[in-house]
Ligand binder design. Structure first.
Ligand SMILES: C[S@@+](CC[C@H](N)C(=O)[O-])C[C@H]1O[C@@H](n2cnc3c(N)ncnc32)[C@H](O)[C@@H]1O
Length: 314
């Protein structure tokens, strides 16, 4: 099995991310989702000499590819095979107290989507795996489909895919799995397309939302994302920057509410002594997210739904 994604990933919203993170010579970036190292490479270039990247990823093959891409930067790139929810313990064990910037480029990368054997895409056939981290035992998408009740599947598709036809799809899956186990991406995609034919009003494949939902459920992607963002903010030096790129409304909702919560000033009545204990950790310079430009969307269709939010540590 070829586990080595090719090094051709285009970092999304690169100019906007760098303008938000404001790299300076010697600066240290905590890249919570380093993937193939696209943003990391731009950071390393902009922080010459001496700038560093601590690059987290749950996917060992992505980290290996990032290591290859960033080999010429030597010790300036430190790959960390870990979940960003373990950020505090990992940084403590490295003896890193504070950093200049943090980046979360959420979800999955094209390096994962393009590997049929990972099962992330309904465009290819391959085993329905969908785990970001295949080095640890965890439930695969095929196992989730085999083991979950119809109600549970419908909930997953509705909650994590915002799929309006969630019940219909869950029913079709449960009927089909009585005849034969659903183990491949093509099997699942065909089944969904038969259960909910493409609508004339939508340009996306009918399987899109179900595949997204399964991937989020398999990897528990939204669990404690708010806590991980807060942990990263607390690791920033005063004036340090955090940027979050999200690709769908569920991620963006968490990014938005967490950044806003961390930017809340004291809510007590003016003149009263503070009793709410709010600590304003961040300053937000814009209320709205930055979307991907038309130009970038035209050259990289996968960037179309990307949105950036960022803030500055107080
Ligand atoms: C959109 S890609 C990042 C692309 C990267 N910024 C680049 O320029 O190449 C998202 C990456 O986050 C990783 N990932 C997803 N959830 C994670 C988590 N909880 N902890 C660490 N990495 C995670 C995925 O494995 C994937 O490689």
């Amino acid at each position: 099995m070829n586990d080595q994604p090719s090094v051709r990933h285009l970092p999304v919203l690169s100019a906007e991310v760098m303008s938000a993170l404001d790299p300076q010579p010697g600066g240290v970036l905590l890249d919570a989702t380093v993937g193939l190292g696209g943003h990391a490479q731009v950071w390393l270039e902009r922080t010459t000499p001496g700038g560093r990247v601590l690059g987290f990823d749950r996917d060992r093959s992505a980290l290996e590819a990032a290591g290859e891409r960033l080999r010429s930067y030597g010790e300036r790139f430190r790959p960390i095979h870990a979940d960003y929810r373990e950020l505090d313990s990992q940084l403590d064990s490295l003896g890193v107290a504070l950093v200049d910037a943090a980046l979360f480029d959420l979800g999955l990368g094209s390096h994962q989507l393009d590997q049929p054997e990972r099962g992330f895409s309904f465009r290819f056939d391959g085993p329905l795996d969908m785990r970001f981290d295949r080095s640890r035992p965890a439930t695969t998408a095929a196992e989730l489909l085999a083991q979950s009740s119809e109600q549970e599947l419908a909930r997953i598709f509705f909650e994590f895919g915002e799929e309006r036809q969630s019940r219909k799809i869950a029913r079709a899956i449960c009927e089909a799995r009585r005849r034969t186990p659903i183990t491949t991406a093509a099997q699942l995609a065909d089944l969904i397309r038969r259960a909910v034919p493409a609508s004339r009003h939508e340009r996306i494949d009918p399987a899109t939302r179900t595949f997204q939902a399964l991937r989020i459920a398999v990897n528990h992607e939204l669990d404690q994302l708010d806590e991980a963002i807060e942990a990263a903010v607390r690791r920033l030096l005063p004036g340090g920057r955090i940027a979050i790129i999200s690709f769908h409304s569920l991620e963006d909702r968490i990014a938005k509410s967490t950044l806003r919560r961390l930017a809340e000033p004291c809510r007590c009545r003016r003149g009263d002594p503070c009793s709410c204990n709010a600590v304003m950790l961040l300053r937000l310079e814009q209320r709205r997210s930055t979307p991907c430009s038309d130009q970038e969307a035209a050259s990289n269709p996968r960037a179309r739904s990307a949105r950036l939010r960022w803030g500055i540590r107080q």
